[in-house]
Write a protein that binds this ligand. Structure first.
Ligand SMILES: Nc1ncnc2c1ncn2[C@@H]1O[C@H](COP(=O)(O)OP(=O)(O)OP(=O)(O)O)[C@@H](O)[C@H]1O
Ligand SMILES: [Mg+2]
Length: 250
């Protein structure tokens, strides 16, 4: 579904991302993890086309991402921005339907799709008329997710979709999201710096450090066959979360 060949990005003197290759298969979830500033959001923004790579190429369902193909390919991507990224001056409903409106969907079609999504994320329609500031963090995250799913995209890009939530809401949303991905057979590229979340969602984990891949594989690979000391340190620092989530997965 997604193929990345040697994409890299430099910001002035700083190399945000060294040449990176990887893929996300149909129906699979790939999780990018690593400490703050290691290049996770950079990688995601390159895939959305919001940022241009200095080198390499991005293929979405076999089609090369370029200025020419970007507008059409964008419609096949759902992007959940770090911190939600809802427009504060627009209601939840206006935020969710922004792309559908842009594509001139009729109101009944928009309402029907929003109805489906409310069921999916388990939210009441009472919240649709509220502004983001009038919603809780968990409700905002659900609205962001609805916005990303509105056009039924093939590929979901999620940047810390559950960041800054209290543990119970996070736990609920993790379970809901995993069911949604499975039910809709979505291909997902997710970013988190939470190893427990990565273990819970990821078919493949990619650990970055200072713009470079340190290791990729399953959580078991990272735990039992660490590529170096850093991998073990990164996992051990959050081991309690990982063990909690193993219990969740069972
Ligand atoms: N627009 C920019 N201009 C200059 N430097 C940038 C820019 N965007 C990111 N960087 C730098 O590139 C590096 C990678 O940033 P990125 O946002 O990808 O990190 P991240 O892994 O998403 O971190 P976090 O977990 O804190 O969100 C950081 O050192 C950051 O300061
Ligand atoms: Mg980030």
């Amino acid at each position: 579904m997604l193929k990345l060949n040697n994409i890299s990005k430099r910001y002035g003197k700083e190399q945000g991302l060294y040449p990176f290759s990887g893929s996300v298969e149909q129906g699979q979830t790939t999780v990018v993890i690593g400490p703050s500033g290691c290049g996770k959001s950079t990688l995601l923004r390159l895939v959305t086309g919001l940022l241009q790579p200095d080198s390499g190429e991005i293929l979405i369902d076999g089609e090369l991402l370029s200025t020419l193909t970007l507008p059409a390919l964008r419609l096949r991507l759902g992007y959940v921005i770090q911190e939600g990224g809802l427009f504060p001056h627009m209601t939840a409903k206006a935020n969710i339907s922004i792309m559908a409106k842009f594509l001139n969907w009729e109101e009944p079609r928009i309402d029907a799709r929003i109805g489906e999504l409310l069921d999916l994320v388990q939210l009441s329609d009472d919240y649709l008329s509220r502004y983001p500031a009038e919603l809780s963090g968990g409700q905002r995250q659900r609205i962001s997710l609805m916005r990303a799913l509105m056009l039924d995209p093939d590929l979901l890009l999620m940047d810390e979709p559950l960041g800054a939530l209290d543990p119970m809401i996070r736990f609920d949303l993790q379970n809901d999201l995993k069911k949604i991905f499975a039910r809709l057979n979505k291909s997902v590229l997710m970013v988190t710096h939470d190893i427990g979340e990565a273990a819970f969602f990821g078919d493949e984990l990619i650990l970055l450090k200072q713009g470079k891949v340190v290791q990729r594989g399953t959580i078991s690979d990272l735990t039992h066959k660490p590529a170096d000391e850093f991998v073990t340190c990164f996992i051990n620092a959050q081991r309690h979360k990982f063990e909690d989530n193993e219990a969740v997965a069972e």
